[in-house]
Ligand binder design. Structure first.
Ligand code: C5P
Length: 237
């Protein structure tokens, strides 16, 4: 148990900053990074391309279990390129439409189960920072450190608007606000792996706080977790 590969989970609602923080902290520690939302987005995109309707549970489960995806890290840009069935879809899966479809397939229990092992396979030495909705509650319940990032709906909608306005010309702040609210409700209300802080998770409200400040807090929490682990170990020695 002592020598298991360490995991830090970063969960929270859409546009809470968890993706950015998790990716930057993984880079800082030189650990692996799991963007679990991308797997749900890829499943939604594959369902659309193979014309599998969202009420075809078996079809979706089979699709998720056999998803042909590749994550290739682009070290120069510090980003990850994502391929579905050999075709690059890095930008395609980031659209609002794909995010909304992802939250619909993510409510299907057998889809979640089919993606579980694939997510756990990212746990490789020297460690993993995992970003999602159920990383601390379901996928890595034994994580060394669990973080839950939140921010007000207004702030999240405005962040998302800044990200999208140049890419999706037709997007409006009001529509994004509604979509995020709907997506949050769906993610929180679903029967399987609903969005909620894991037991023992530290919640950080990122409203009005910059990335550097949030990162500093995460760094401090991790240093504390390492200290606690070391003193427990010494206590036993
Ligand atoms: O994080 P991202 O916005 O890419 O996630 C897209 C959707 O995938 C979320 O709205 C959520 O419904 C689903 N998701 C999930 N569990 C995760 C990650 C994402 O249900 N661990």
């Amino acid at each position: 148990m002592e020598d298991r590969i360490p995991v830090i989970t970063v969960d929270g609602p859409s546009s809470s900053g968890k993706g950015t923080i998790a990716r930057l902290f993984a880079q800082e520690l030189e650990w692996h990074f799991l963007d679990s939302g991308a797997l749900y987005r890829l499943t939604a995109l594959a369902a659309e391309r193979h014309a599998i309707p969202f009420d075809d549970i078996e079809g979706l489960e089979t699709l998720a279990a056999h998803l042909d995806v590749q994550f290739i890290s682009d070290d120069e840009k510090g980003a990850t390129r994502i391929f579905l069935e050999g075709e690059e879809v890095t930008d395609v899966i980031r659209s609002e439409v794909c995010g909304n479809r992802a939250s619909m397939v993510a409510a299907v229990g057998p889809v979640r189960a089919a993606l579980l092992d694939r997510q756990r396979a990212f746990r490789q030495a020297p460690g993993l920072v995992a970003d999602g909705r159920d990383m601390g509650t379901v996928v890595f319940p034994d994580a060394e450190l669990k973080i839950f990032l939140t921010a007000s709906l207004e702030e999240r909608a405005s962040r998302r608007y800044q990200q999208l306005k140049d890419k999706e010309g037709s997007v409006t702040l009001g529509a994004l606000y509604q979509e995020l609210a709907q997506r949050d409700d769906r993610d929180k209300a679903r029967a399987v792996a609903p969005l909620r802080p894991a037991e023992g998770a530290v919640t950080i409200d990122t409203s009005g706080i910059g990335i550097e400040e949030v990162l500093a807090k995460v760094r401090q929490l991790w240093a504390q977790a390492v200290d606690e682990k070391n003193s427990k170990r010494q206590g036993r020695a």
